[in-house]
Design a protein around this ligand. Structure first.
Ligand SMILES: Nc1nc2c(ncn2[C@@H]2O[C@H](COP(=O)(O)OP(=O)(O)OP(=O)(O)O)[C@@H](O)[C@H]2O)c(=O)[nH]1
Ligand SMILES: Nc1nc2c(ncn2[C@@H]2O[C@H](COP(=O)(O)OP(=O)(O)OP(=O)(O)O)[C@@H](O)[C@H]2O)c(=O)[nH]1
Ligand SMILES: [Mg+2]
Ligand SMILES: [Mg+2]
Lengths: 292, 278
């Protein structure tokens, strides 16, 4: 639809031969609105439009495409490039066992995604172990335990244990018993502004020394996505994102915000409640979804 | 009339930015800034400090019309059906509302109608146990409408004042899940004659513009009678309730500000508009 809008906007410059600051002004405004409606953060939109302006101005329009087509291509290509590579694999380098930590806001999909990752890795011939360190949420351990049995993956936790740190330390022993080579740690949801709980996560990370710290971000997240990603990355250190609940109709602008503010890659997309609903991140698909 | 005085284009742009950053959406933010301009031209803004105050009043006025608390009366058992997309805080909010009503002297019964998600029934059961409240539940995988039916039957038999039904998270785009909710509603209507007396849609303050689509789809399919906004203890402002209030006029019953049972507050237009511009 943006493309049709651009066709109309650029009809008048068809004869002019190239894109100028003046003739792309309105089109840039339309892109701005589209991105903001898609939940891309205000500041990220501002920077993005600057980049598009740089790329667009002075571009000669060939006779083979319309100026509208050229402009949308510039926007689409820039967005795709900023969203990152479609091939950011899990870092499972070095000798096993490889610990993975799942962190994120309350309800963002950590526990379910832990199960999805375990199934994904089991299908690839790995021997994952699912570990719950959520000592706070009612029936959190039960939830991951049930998920583990659904996908035939061993589960470890300590019902009644109040301290997530001791679960982290005991998990390694259990992993040896079960010959597990990937340890997937689920953590309790927390706010990115809760100093005590962020500190708890720092301690957990020290005890686990993970090769991946994955932040689950709800695909419906709005402007706040930038603050969330920035805070977790600065305080804990994030190695990648998993954008969840993308099977809805949210445009997913949060994807650009989190990538832009941290530079860290989006590694997977959650596309459903079932445990096989985990997909590789495709920047072109997310780009066209964001542009609407 | 020429714009003179403290309100300049820069200030207006900053205000628009703040509103957009609060998830009010581009359309609403632009329109609110236009209203400020009008107020300025009319001379209602003499002092730069007035800008925030006038904006708060404009926003407060929009929200005042949806500040209508939930009144538990007229029906027994008063049946509250909760719904919302995945992970917004339905189960926790069900427990919080239960606690508030119990503190109010009401006898509450929970219905564990999320028969789908792993350990959903256990999660609500634990809350019920902490509150000393009754709960009706079936096995995982059973029909949620059957649980609703049993909960209402049990409530009538045990002299319960309020039944609160927790349901599975569902994206508004999944037609089979919308149909499931319609069926639950039909069963409740048949069993109570007048229910559900409140169809409460729960929204997550960290969501962006998709919240508007959630309200639209759920309201069109199921007729929502109340809203609750969760996770306002984070940094997200939940500004989408401005366009939501203008478009759908659904009363906002509660806001939630944390994970504990006491983190439930009745919605206040004045408090919300103040917090929005902080
Ligand atoms: N539709 C859909 N639902 C999802 C997806 N990922 C997770 N969910 C659902 O989102 C809800 C929350 O998921 P959880 O895994 O419990 O989230 P969490 O981050 O562990 O929550 P806390 O531990 O309370 O912080 C559940 O209903 C999940 O089934 C997804 O990709 N799509
Ligand atoms: N910070 C904060 N967390 C909340 C609030 N309300 C709920 N939560 C947390 O959000 C997470 C999800 O809550 P649930 O009650 O399981 O959400 P739900 O909508 O029932 O999830 P599903 O049934 O899986 O769709 C839990 O970790 C809650 O403790 C709130 O107001 N503030
Ligand atoms: Mg969890
Ligand atoms: Mg629930």
């Amino acid at each position: 639809r943006l493309q049709e809008r651009f066709e109309t906007l650029f009809k008048k410059i068809k004869g002019q031969g190239k894109l100028t600051e003046e003739n792309i002004k309105e089109a840039l405004r339309d892109v701005r609105i589209a991105l903001l409606e898609a939940d891309v953060n205000y500041k990220v939109v501002k920077d993005f439009l600057e980049k598009v302006k740089e790329k667009a101005i002075g571009q000669g329009v060939l006779t083979s495409i319309t100026p509208g087509q050229l402009f949308i291509k510039i926007v689409y290509d820039e967005l795709t490039q900023l969203l990152g590579s479609s091939h950011s694999p899990l870092n499972l380098g070095g000798p096993p066992p490889h610990p993975i930590m799942l962190i994120g806001l309350q309800g963002s999909g950590k526990t379910t995604t832990a199960g999805k990752l375990a199934l994904f890795l089991r299908k690839k011939g790995k021997r994952p172990l699912l570990i719950s360190t959520d000592t706070r949420r009612p029936a959190a351990m039960e939830q991951l335990k049930k998920i583990s049995s659904q996908i035939d993956v061993p589960f470890f936790s300590f019902e009644g244990q109040k301290d997530p740190l001791s679960i982290c330390k005991d998990a390694r022993q259990y992993a040896i018993k079960t010959y597990s080579d990937v340890l997937i740690f689920d953590t309790a949801g927390r706010l990115h502004i809760d100093e005590d709980l962020l500190e708890e996560l720092v301690e957990q990370k020290k005890a686990i020394s993970p090769c991946e710290v994955l932040l689950t971000v709800d695909g419906m997240t709005g402007q706040d996505a930038l603050n969330i990603a920035k805070a977790f990355d600065e305080k804990i250190g994030v190695t990648g994102f998993i954008l969840t609940k993308m099977d809805g109709d949210a445009r997913g602008g949060a994807a650009l915000s989190i990538k832009a503010v941290t530079g860290k890659p989006i590694k997977f997309i959650g596309t459903g409640e079932k445990l096989d609903c985990l997909e590789q991140f495709h920047p072109e698909r997310i780009a066209s979804r964001i542009l609407g | 009339a020429a714009l003179k005085g403290p309100l300049d284009e820069n200030t207006l742009r900053e205000i628009e930015e703040a509103l957009i950053l609060s998830d009010c959406g581009v359309e609403t933010s632009t329109r609110l800034v236009e209203k400020l301009k009008e107020a300025w031209k009319k001379g209602h803004l003499k002092d730069p400090k007035d800008v925030k105050k006038v904006l708060r009043e404009i926003i407060g006025e929009i929200l005042k019309s949806v500040e209508r608390p939930l009144r538990i009366d007229n029906y027994r058992p008063f049946t509250i059906l909760t719904l919302g997309v995945n992970g917004v805080g339905k189960t926790t909010t069900v427990a919080k509302i239960g606690k508030a009503l119990i503190s109010d002297g009401k006898k509450v019964l929970f219905g564990a109608c999320d028969t789908f998600r792993a350990a959903a029934i256990e999660q609500l059961s634990e809350w019920a146990e902490r509150l000393g409240a009754e709960i009706v539940k079936h096995k995982e995988g059973s029909d949620p409408a059957a649980v609703a039916y049993d909960a209402i039957k049990a409530a009538s038999a045990r002299n319960v004042d309020v039944v609160i039904l927790d349901t599975a998270g569902r994206l508004h785009t999944k037609s089979n899940l919308i149909e499931e909710m319609k069926k639950i509603k039909r069963v409740i209507a048949r069993e109570t004659g007048s229910g559900p007396h409140e169809t409460l849609l729960i929204l997550d303050a960290t969501n962006g513009q998709n919240a508007i689509q959630q309200v639209k789809s759920f309201h069109e399919a199921l007729t929502v009678s109340g809203l609750a906004i969760t996770k306002l203890d984070g940094t997200a402002k939940g500004g989408f309730i401005l366009p939501v209030s203008e478009l759908f006029k659904i009363p906002i019953r509660y806001i939630c500000v944390g994970e504990k049972l006491e983190d439930l507050l009745p919605f206040s237009a004045e408090e919300f508009s103040k917090a929005l511009l902080e």
